[in-house]
Ligand binder design. Structure first.
Ligand SMILES: [Cu+2]
Length: 469
């Protein structure tokens, strides 16, 4: 057969592609919020100007303020060449809008847009971020600048503060490495309740490290300082938006009073010298500005702080170099923010979740198992609506994992054998060879993804789908 001559398409078309509208909703009216996903630059400091993907031309994206229970429309415009998903972390919303492919949320195709409707809740510090898989591509998913705060207002904010700050802790310029030291992982000193008697001593695969760090979009010393006056009270919303690491953060010369975790008010607020914040977690603190000077708020690890993870806090009328003071090395303990007994019903059923690592060996990636196998899990985790469950997470790996359950809140019951109650979260760091026990009520029918918030761990098996019967 004679070959027909086909018009050659240019390899890289400069012609604007038509925008597909992947929704049937009325697009004539303006949405309450618009998130445009597109390439952007982030100037960490004058010598580090990074190219990444952000929201509305910045990274982090705008702080979105929503009213609890008041339905909003959000237009998600994807101006990139790959499908994207915007996940609303910590919100109790249906799987169709949760922004997770595994739960069946529709992808936003390349150069297309999608309008979603959601009813924000519960009140508190939530966040939005890409839930795309990245696998071996360190320019995708949570490695990019696709993250931002959503603050859901309840309408009864007592306003007991002078300044409100949203600070996202972040790392940039990820790279693969065969020699990762997890100095931030201060859970090594725990009880090691889940340490196996015999260890797999095969060599580890490649992990992900970072070159540069920031709080929001600026490296330490590069942006404007946080300007304060003596006697002021700061409300700081912290978010660890890292795809890679848990972090410990302190404000030199000051204590911070933890009042909420993952946006939910804790039963027993406590003053601490530093906070430990897992990837995906949020911690709200109040700080009394009672120690005039010029201070650094940042990572307690010198190398990380000096590579950018910090911001200067400057009292009015002070002139000197910013000071850092190492805080006492008190182990982080979620249970001190709880109370003695729970007001919730006693769980009717128990689900065991055993986490293991299969070392990948040189040049490959590790594989992560939940109950003996990587994702997918077909019908292992089936919830019955209205039932209260106890999840027992047994971490048989040499790493601390921030485990997140979508579309649900859980109550901490026990961390490494220490009991607590009343601490409501959506993400919990299960300690190095340790154990975390949480209870939840199955009250959000539909698929719900459970996964480690370290992108590489999630991509290589460390996730499971919870479904309803
Ligand atoms: Cu992990």
């Amino acid at each position: 057969m004679a070959q027909r001559s086909m018009p050659r398409l240019p390899l890289f078309s400069q012609v604007a592609q038509p925008r597909i509208t992947a929704t049937t909703l009325d697009n004539q009216t303006k949405a309450d919020h618009t998130l445009r996903i597109a390439p952007t630059t982030v100037e960490l400091d004058r010598s580090h100007i990074l190219s990444t993907i952000g929201y509305n031309g910045s990274a982090p994206g705008p702080v979105l303020r929503m009213r609890e229970g008041k339905q909003v429309t959000v237009d998600i415009i994807n101006d990139t060449d790959t499908p994207e998903l915007v996940h609303w972390h910590g919100m109790l919303i249906p799987p169709e809008v949760d922004g997770t492919e595994e739960e069946g949320s529709p992808l936003v195709p390349p150069h297309a847009q999608r309008r979603i409707q959601l009813t924000p809740g519960p009140a508190g510090s939530r966040w939005y971020h890409s839930h795309a898989m990245a696998m071996a591509d360190l320019h995708k998913g949570a490695y990019t600048g696709q993250f931002g705060f959503v603050y859901v207002d309840s309408g009864d904010n007592p306003g007991a503060y002078d300044q409100e700050l949203f600070l996202a802790v972040r790392d940039w310029e990820p790279f693969f490495t065969g020699t990762m030291d997890d100095e931030d992982d201060d859970t090594h000193n725990g009880l090691l309740l889940e340490k196996p008697a015999t260890m797999n001593t095969d060599p580890d695969g490649l992990e992900v490290g970072s070159m540069t760090y920031s709080i929001n979009d600026k490296a330490l010393g590069a942006g404007e300082p946080i300007r304060v006056r003596q006697g002021e009270r700061l409300l700081i919303h912290f978010l660890n938006s890292s795809a890679i690491e848990n972090r410990r953060i302190a404000l030199a010369g000051h204590k911070m009073k933890v009042i909420a975790m993952d946006g939910n008010v804790v039963p027993t607020p406590q003053e601490v010298d530093s906070i430990f914040i897992g990837a995906g977690e949020r911690i709200d603190v109040l700080v009394e500005m009672n120690h005039p000077g010029i201070w650094i708020l940042g990572s307690t690890e010198k190398m990380i702080r000096e590579s950018g993870l910090g911001v200067v806090v400057e009292y009015a009328g002070q002139h000197r170099q910013p000071q850092w003071i190492d805080p006492p090395k008190t182990p982080w303990d979620y249970t001190i923010f709880g109370k003695a007994s729970s007001a919730s019903p006693v769980p009717q059923q128990t689900i065991e979740l055993i986490f293991e690592k299969v070392p990948g060996g040189a040049g490959k990636f590790n594989l992560w198992l939940v109950n003996g196998k990587p994702y997918p899990h077909e019908r292992e985790f089936v919830l019955e609506k209205g039932t209260r469950y106890r999840l027992i997470m047994r971490n048989r790996t040499d790493d601390a994992h921030p485990m997140h359950l979508h579309r649900h809140l859980f109550e901490l019951v026990e961390i490494n054998g220490k009991r607590t109650a009343g601490v409501i979260k959506d993400t919990v760091v299960v300690p190095y060879y340790g154990r975390a026990i949480v209870d939840l009520t199955a009250d959000q029918p539909g698929l719900a993804l459970f996964h480690c918030h370290i992108q590489q761990h999630m991509d290589y098996g460390f996730k499971a789908l919870f479904r309803y019967s």
